[in-house]
Design a protein around this ligand. Structure first.
Ligand code: EZ4
Ligand code: CO
Length: 414
C-alpha cells in the first residue's frame, strides 16, 4: 500500500475547488478536499511544495501516523491552510483504506448509527414573501429542516440571500465568491452592514415563517459573526418564541468567552465553528457547555481523523454535530462528512447546499438525498470520483467572498 503519486487538482466548475488525489502502487486512488474559499492557491502551494514530496513512497495504510507526522512534523501548528492540506491527505488515505477493505468508509468508522443524516437546506428571499416561496420550494425538494435568511430593509445586499430566486427555487449560485474588477485589479465586493436594522427585522421574519408553516418545521438561522455578545444575547432571547433549531455564529467565533455571556441570557440553541480548524478552538466552548452544535467541516479541520476526535470530545459534554456543508465544501468533502454523520452517535444535523450540475459533472458522486435524509451510499471508499478531463475545462478563477463595512466605512465582520 505504498503511495506512488499524489497530485493537486484545481478546477472551477461554477466555483473553485482544490482536490488532492493519492494513488498507491497497486493503482488504488483516494481523494481529499482541500478547498479554502478565496485562498485556494495557498493550500495548493502548501500541498505541492511541502506535503506531496513527503508522501511519495510512504505507507498509505498509516493514517494516524501520517496525520501526526504532518501536524507535529511541521512544527508550526494549526491554521486554515495547514489544516485544509492535512485534511485532504487524511481523507484521501481513508478513501484508499476503505477501498482496500471493500467497504464504504462509514463501516470503518464503526458502522451506521442511523439510516441517513438529517439535512438542512438554505431558503432565502429579499423580502418575506420571497422567503416564504423559497421555504415552500425547499419543502417540495424534500427538506425536513430549513435555514432562513432574508434581506434587511435599507441594506442593498445581505449574507445568505440569493440575488433573486425565480420561482423561489434553489439557486446554485447563491453566495459564490464573486469576481469584481476595479481599476484593473480584482477586489472583493463590499457590502454595507447595520446590525441594529438586522436585529429589528429578524424576529418579524421568524414570526411570518412560523405563522405560515406552523410549529413543527425545524428552522435555523445564521447570524454570520456580526453581533456583539450583548446584542447576540438580546436577539437570541427575542427569537425564543420561534423555537429555533439553532442560531449560528452569533458573534465572531474566535472569542470563545463571548458565548458564555449569550448562554447566560437565552435558551436558544447555539452553533459555532465553521471557521475553526482545530479541536483546540473548542476547548472552552465544549468544557463549558457553551454551545449545542459543532459546525466544523472535515475539509477545514484536519480531515476525518481529527473531526472524529473532535466529535468524540463533544459527545462527552452532550454536544452534537452540525457539519458545515456549503457549496465551497466540494463533493469529496461532503461525502467524507456524510460517512461521519452516519457513524457518530452524537450526530445533530448536516448542512446541505446542492452543488451545481456543472460541479457534479466534474465530481461524480454516489451519495443521495431522500425524504430529507442524506446517505453516503455503499460504494467502497468515499464514493466520489474526480473526472480530471472534465475538470481541465474549468481553470481556476480568482474570486473572493464579500467584505462588510459599516455606513461610515469601518470594516465589520462579514
Ligand atoms: O459563508 O462557506 O453556514 N454557512 C456559511 C457559508 C460560509 C461560506 C464561506 O466560504 O456560513 O455560507
Ligand atoms: Co455559517
Amino acid at each position: 500500500m505504498r503511495i506512488k503519486s499524489a497530485e493537486v487538482n484545481v478546477t472551477s466548475p461554477g466555483r473553485n475547488f482544490v482536490t488532492l488525489r493519492i494513488t498507491t502502487e497497486d493503482g488504488v486512488t483516494g481523494l481529499g478536499d482541500a478547498t479554502l474559499n478565496g485562498r485556494e492557491l495557498a493550500v495548493r502551494a502548501y500541498l505541492d511544495d511541502h506535503v506531496v514530496p513527503l508522501l511519495l513512497g510512504e505507507d498509505a495504510a498509516r493514517i494516524e501516523d501520517t496525520w501526526q507526522y504532518l501536524y507535529r512534523g511541521a512544527y508550526w501548528r494549526r491554521g486554515p491552510v495547514t489544516m485544509a492540506a492535512i485534511a485532504a491527505v487524511d481523507t484521501a488515505l481513508w478513501d484508499i483504506k476503505a477501498q482496500y477493505a471493500g467497504m464504504p468508509l462509514y463501516q470503518l468508522l464503526g458502522g451506521a448509527c442511523r439510516t441517513g443524516a438529517l439535512a438542512y437546506g438554505h431558503a432565502s428571499g429579499r423580502d418575506v414573501p420571497e422567503l416564504l416561496d423559497s421555504v415552500r420550494a425547499h419543502l417540495a425538494l424534500g427538506y425536513r429542516a430549513i435555514r432562513i435568511q432574508t434581506g434587511i430593509p435599507g441594506l442593498d445586499s445581505v449574507y445568505g440571500v440569493a440575488a433573486s430566486s425565480p420561482g423561489g427555487g434553489e439557486r446554485y449560485d447563491y453566495e459564490p465568491a464573486r469576481r469584481v474588477t476595479g481599476g484593473g485589479r480584482l477586489r472583493p465586493t463590499v457590502e454595507i452592514w447595520d446590525t441594529r436594522a438586522y436585529m429589528r427585522h429578524v424576529p418579524a421574519v421568524f414570526e411570518a415563517v412560523r405563522s405560515e408553516f406552523g410549529p413543527e418545521l425545524p428552522l435555523l438561522h445564521d447570524a454570520h459573526h456580526r453581533m456583539t455578545p450583548i446584542q447576540a444575547a438580546r436577539l437570541s432571547r427575542d427569537l425564543e418564541p420561534y423555537d429555533l433549531f439553532w442560531l449560528e455564529d452569533a458573534t465572531p467565533a474566535e472569542d470563545q468567552e463571548a458565548l458564555r455571556l449569550i448562554r447566560h441570557h437565552t435558551t436558544t440553541p447555539l452553533a459555532i465553528g465553521e471557521v475553526f480548524n482545530s479541536v483546540h478552538d473548542y476547548t472552552t466552548l465544549l468544557s463549558g457547555r457553551l454551545i449545542d452544535y459543532v459546525r466544523s467541516a472535515v475539509t477545514h479541520t484536519g480531515g476525518v481523523t481529527a473531526m472524529k476526535k473532535l466529535l468524540d470530545l463533544a459527545a462527552v459534554y452532550g454536544i452534537r454535530s452540525g457539519m458545515h456543508g456549503p457549496t465551497d465544501i466540494s463533493p469529496v468533502g461532503m461525502a467524507a462528512a456524510l460517512h461521519l454523520d452516519l457513524a457518530v452517535h452524537n450526530f445533530g444535523i448536516q448542512e446541505y447546499m446542492r452543488h451545481s450540475p456543472q460541479t457534479l459533472d466534474v465530481f461524480r458522486t454516489s451519495y443521495r438525498f431522500e425524504d430529507g435524509l442524506l446517505h453516503p451510499s455503499d460504494t467502497p471508499g468515499l464514493g466520489v470520483d474526480l473526472d480530471t478531463e472534465a475538470a481541465a475545462h474549468f481553470p481556476y478563477q480568482q474570486a473572493y467572498l464579500p467584505v462588510n463595512r459599516l455606513s461610515d466605512g469601518t470594516v465589520h465582520d462579514w
